[in-house]
Ligand binder design. Structure first.
Ligand SMILES: [Zn+2]
Length: 117
């Protein structure tokens, strides 16, 4: 199954051109934040089964950081936005864990998928 990611800068590209960093949900604490806040930011992650936002870098292309909304069970990609745009949208709406502004259209689905979760 070929997985395609629509980079907002380069267009539809194969997933092999991208590097995954992980959960885009955690927000970096202030430098003076308490140990518990830094511990949570660095070490504690949800083990999501379903849709989540992840940081991906288009390392084989424009090298920009992106936020990919992906289903961790079906691997279906729902949206891709530039990470800077994602951060601006999240800052504009405090209290929301993830709020992409204008998601790029997701890559076309393969003819035969695994089905929905
Ligand atoms: Zn790109």
């Amino acid at each position: 199954m070929a997985s395609l990611i629509t980079c907002p800068h380069c267009g539809v590209r194969p997933k092999e051109e991208f590097t995954i960093r992980g959960d885009a949900g955690p927000v970096r604490p202030a430098p003076e934040a308490k140990f518990a806040a830094w511990d949570a930011y660095v070490h504690q992650r949800d083990n999501v089964r379903g849709r989540m936002h992840e940081h991906w870098q288009h390392s084989g292309g424009c090298r920009r950081w992106l936020v990919v909304e992906r289903d961790t069970f079906t691997h279906e990609v729902h949206s891709v936005v530039d990470a800077a745009e994602f951060s601006r949208a999240r800052a504009a709406k405090p209290g929301r864990k993830a709020a992409p502004a204008k998601p790029a259209k997701a890559a076309p689905k393969p003819a035969k998928g695994r089905g929905k979760a």
